[in-house]
Design a protein around this ligand. Structure first.
Ligand code: ADP
Length: 411
């Protein structure tokens, strides 16, 4: 294994695995830290954790365990993947995990770059934009678990990391890899260990990737991984894929703006069922009933708890944020298990935490990466009878669900 990756959620990990596979690396996504060794032909291993919203100490412990396993597989470089909207709280977990990995790897010039131009995320003057909006005006300020109230990455990282935070501005990035290397060195000499790097275009990320050659640790969104495979002499390749026909069903616990648009589109065209969090928490709505409905309903049925910010706020005020989130995640996980028992062959999930809960409930250990549905979302094969697609909240076009179901079935 050449490149070892640690993802702080499951959809983000499949986004990164997608980028690396497209760039030609033989990539496997693992759910949690594997117990045995990886197959010898794997070039990039992505260990997906569900560590974004847990206690920082637990996130550090799991990430260091993943690091140990990746090092045992012979990895030459480590990539810590977080969301391109920098999903985190004031305490973490991006800063604490990056600090722990930097200490373990003795890394002193740690790139911090969530940019993902393909999905509209760019970093300029150290600020994170989602399309034409600052992060904290993009809808992310209303996220149920990790509301992002600031777009200044230097400030966000400084609040989470024990290290001083530097910056490589766009003018250095536009000059190319040598200028980026020189600026990283200068920021390091000025006493900064975490270094936010501007990036607006894929070509910027390619230059940052080239400048990252030989660095022990890189942190960021999937975009900054675009240029890494070339450092290992690997060039882009067609991703092999065998689709799976059979019943398809959609589960969505994502309350993000893009998902809500996709749900509105889907509800107008396909059978859909909205579950009420209060019914899930009380047990009035069960996974078994919902799974049966999904399996027996023709077309492309959807079950969702997704709601707009006012509804989410009301639910959280009544039950508490965690008390509302956990039973919903468990509900979607159990529903997915029932779907598999009922012979459903294609499962689409929306939401990072929701997808993590589903993959854990299905006890999927490894995922084979297939072709890209929308930027950041690949087709995934779990085993001989099940294909899945895990969508981060803010990814995908409005007709994403239709597209994903079709692509999972093709090939
Ligand atoms: P995204 O990728 O959009 O951030 P996630 O699944 O990561 O989506 O996060 C959404 C969180 O909100 C989950 O923990 C989910 O259980 C919770 N949630 C889903 N629906 C509701 C709702 N109606 N009210 C409150 N919380 C909800």
């Amino acid at each position: 294994m050449l490149l070892g990756c640690i993802g702080d959620d499951f959809t983000g990990s499949s986004d990164l695995a997608n980028t690396l596979a497209k760039a030609g690396m033989r990539t496997v996504q693992y759910s949690g830290v594997p117990t045995g060794d990886a197959a010898t032909d794997v070039q990039a291993g992505v260990v997906a954790l569900k560590s974004r919203s847990i206690a920082p100490e637990a996130a550090i412990e799991q990430s260091l365990e993943a690091l140990k396993w990746l090092q045992a597989q012979g990895c030459e470089q480590i990539f810590f993947k977080y969301c391109s909207t920098f999903d985190s709280t004031a305490q973490g977990n991006i800063g604490p995990v990056a600090d722990a990995l930097a200490a373990a790897l003795d890394a002193h010039k740690v790139i911090v770059c969530p940019a993902f131009p393909g999905a509209g995320r760019s970093v300029y003057q150290g600020y994170l934009f989602v399309k034409d909006m600052l992060l904290n005006e993009s809808g992310m300020e209303n996220h149920p678990l990790t509301p992002m109230k600031d777009a200044n990455l230097r400030r966000l990282m400084a609040a989470q990391s024990v290290h001083s935070v530097g910056h490589v501005p766009a003018d250095a990035v536009f000059e190319g890899a040598n200028a980026i290397t020189a600026k990283l060195e200068a920021e390091h000499a000025a006493g900064h260990r975490m270094i936010v790097v501007d990036a607006l275009r894929d070509c910027d990320l390619m230059q940052i990737g080239a400048a990252a050659k030989g660095l022990p640790l890189i942190t960021g969104g999937s975009g900054v991984a675009l240029g890494l495979p070339a450092n290992f002499g690997i060039s882009p390749a067609q991703v092999p894929w065998q689709g799976q026909n059979g019943k398809a069903a959609i589960l969505s616990g994502s309350c993000s703006t893009a998902t809500r648009g996709q749900i509105a589109y889907h509800v107008a065209r396909h059978p859909s069922l909205k579950v009420d969090p209060a019914d899930v928490i009380s047990g009035a709505q069960t996974p078994e009933t919902v799974a049966k409905w999904l399996a027996e309903t023709d077309g492309l049925p959807l079950v969702y708890s997704s709601a707009d910010p006012d509804e989410v706020a009301a639910v959280q005020a009544r039950f508490g944020a965690d008390t509302a989130a956990e039973p919903l995640e468990r509900f979607f996980g159990k529903t997915a298990s029932c779907l598999v028992d009922l012979g459903v062959a294609r499962i689409l999930t929306a939401g990072g935490e929701t997808s993590g809960a589903v993959v854990e409930a299905l006890d999927i250990r490894t995922l084979q990466i297939g072709p890209e549905i929308d930027p950041g979302v690949p087709c995934l094969r779990a085993d001989d009878t099940l294909v899945i697609a895990l969508k981060s909240g803010n990814f995908g076009t409005v007709d994403y669900f239709e597209k994903a179901a079709k692509m999972l079935g093709q090939g």
